[in-house]
Ligand binder design. Sequence first.
Ligand code: SF4
Length: 402
Amino acid sequence: MPEVILSAQDLVKHYPIKKGILRRTVGHVKAVDGVSFDLHQGETLGIVGESGCGKSTLGRLLMRLEEPTSGKVIFGGDDWSGASGRDLRRMRRDIQIVFQDPYTSLNPRMTVGDIVGEPFEIHSDVVPKGGRRKRVQELLDLVGLNPEHINRYPHQFSGGQRQRIGIARGIALNPKVLVCDEPVSALDVSVQAQVVNLMEKLQNELGLAYVFIAHDLSVVRHISDRVGVMYLGRMAELGEEDEVYTRPTHPYTQALLSAVPVPDPTLRGKREQIVLVGDVPSPANPPSGCRFHTRCWKAQDRCKTEEPQLEQRPDGVGAHRSACHFAEPRVILETVDVSGVVPDERFASTDVRDTVVSDDAPADLQRMIDRSEASSGDQAYAPQDVTRLIDEQRGDHRPPTV
Ligand code: SF4
């Protein structure tokens, strides 16, 4: 197995709750409460869980965008938890992040060239000043964008293309680890497939390791080598993708998997569905013992008092890590044999397909472009969607001056 490149050791992040005129601390939101895992070179570790379980906070802790309350982040054998100044900058060169929302994570007043090239301003030794434009164009080409679009602004691109810009910015400094915080959640399904394929391609070419945070279990399964399931700030289950998806031993993982839609209509209604009762407890006041005991159908007295540790437990074939006193495997997903299915080449591709308007474009689309071209003397004021389509056909333009 490749060597460990990044290690989270008992990471904790508690946010204080302040009240009253004197802003006294009256409690803490336990967003992340003792999470440990290793990430190996070139590996993808998927992190899944419900909204509010602490996955994004965990990603920000790994990047040191949040200071941990306690615990360590070990990178390349060094403890980066207390790093600051030059050491922290050096660490950030090796661990980069791709944010969830491609619409708000890019500065609308900067060109793509400035956005992707901005890391070189801070890490000026990576690319000398004279070579930055060329390097940015290489990065745009690498993520499937036209290098000639270097002077365009984010609003001139589609959602999928913007996420590619975010990825280009993330890999600009040749990092070893990329933390991907819900990188495809805001995209259409077909564009999601293109971006995921692009990330796999980059991983193969550049040897990157990913921490892939998402709530979509199917996407995480597709891209991950190992998967961690989080519940209320703790890791409930951690194992190889195959172990977690085909032999889940933690009741929470089993319930999550039973909620994944079945693509085969003939299986609809036949699959067992586990419906959890009750709401997710507040992370400011998590239940004692096992945090899942208020919603678990297997809970016993022991679960209310004794917190289960994340440790190797039998899964029917081998063993993987699970935080349940009564862990036992349960097959949830019906297996659909897709071995003979030829993938649709639109989704297998990593090329940009979502904005190219061909001569065969539907008549409605062509009419919309014609109408816009006829009615707008100044391209900068054309409606945004149409502008984007026109942009693919024409030269550069800039947003209106404010
Ligand atoms: Fe359920 Fe008990 Fe296992 Fe927690 S430890 S998941 S409450 S059976």
